[in-house]
Design a protein around this ligand. Structure first.
Ligand SMILES: NC(=O)C1=CN([C@@H]2O[C@H](COP(=O)(O)OP(=O)(O)OC[C@H]3O[C@@H](n4cnc5c(N)ncnc54)[C@H](O)[C@@H]3O)[C@@H](O)[C@H]2O)[C@@H](O)CC1
Ligand SMILES: [K+]
Length: 227
């Protein structure tokens, strides 16, 4: 049985859980985000946490993580590349919950907005929920700029699912591509292909797997490695 899974296999797990097992995508996102939040709060109790949220479901995880981290006693701030109205599906639902909960959210209108730097400076921990398995091609603006600012910050950096811009997943990007440099990566379901290769930890830091509550039979049938 392989020890790692591809992005495609990871997406297939979500798809089969929803289509064959009738699991709601919101449940998967809630499981993913709440488990990640518990681990972050365990590692950094009471920390000031800045969560960077993109437009897709990786960003959706970020809003779930924010909600749970507040409940767990952390001070949470969100930096979002899109407003809730610009999102769709499960990510939109969780972004709306965050907005209605009056969580502090900075929406990125210009990468030169001094509020972005101020949010980075105030954080003990920065959580990267910009892009996950839906990434394609080199990072576009404003992701490049946000990732660069996060890498220059003194905070601990935690990537969710995969570090945003990680070169290993993209044939067309080079090793000096801009990517989130994580101290730790909390990856969903199973370790992703490339994460166990020689110098991968330069980008991922320590890799830990976070389960999302899909049935064991599903994982066994798809030959997904389990702990
Ligand atoms: N139900 C599910 O499918 C679950 C998904 N999960 C999360 O969902 C993620 C996958 O979500 P998505 O498929 O929505 O994809 P992503 O959240 O990775 O990103 C897709 C978005 O990024 C944009 N994008 C792609 N490449 C880009 C680039 N190079 N520069 C700038 N923008 C770019 C796309 O236009 C799209 O808006 C996983 O990594 C995981 O974190 C988890 O919540 C578990 C459940
Ligand atoms: K990410």
């Amino acid at each position: 049985m392989p020890q790692t899974i591809t992005f495609e296999q990871s997406r297939r797990v979500d798809q089969v859980a929803m289509e064959h097992y009738a699991m709601n995508g919101l449940v998967l996102m809630e499981n993913a985000g709440s488990a990640a939040a518990r681990r972050i709060a365990q590692l950094h109790p009471g920390a000031s946490v800045l969560i960077l949220c993109g437009k897709g479901n990786n960003g959706g995880d970020g809003y779930v993580i924010a909600r749970h981290l507040q409940l767990l006693g952390c001070d949470v701030h969100l930096l979002a590349t899109a407003t809730p109205d610009e999102l769709s599906g499960d990510a939109a639902v969780n972004a709306r919950i965050a907005a209605r909960s009056e969580m502090p959210i900075t929406f990125v209108k210009s990468v030169h907005d001094p509020d972005i730097q101020a949010a980075m400076d105030a954080a003990d921990v920065i959580v990267d929920c910009l892009l996950g398995t839906g990434v394609s091609g080199p990072l576009r603006s404003p992701f490049q700029e946000i990732v660069s600012l996060a890498n220059a910050a003194s905070a601990v950096r935690i990537a969710m699912d995969v570090p945003t811009g990680w070169p290993a997943v993209q044939a067309e990007t080079s090793d000096d591509a801009i990517a989130f440099v994580a101290d730790r990566t909390l990856t969903f379901v199973a370790v992703k292909a490339g994460m166990n290769e020689n110098d991968a930890d330069r980008w991922t830091g320590v890799v830990e797997v976070i389960g999302i509550g899909v049935p064991k039979k599903l994982l066994d049938d798809l030959e997904i490695p389990t702990a």
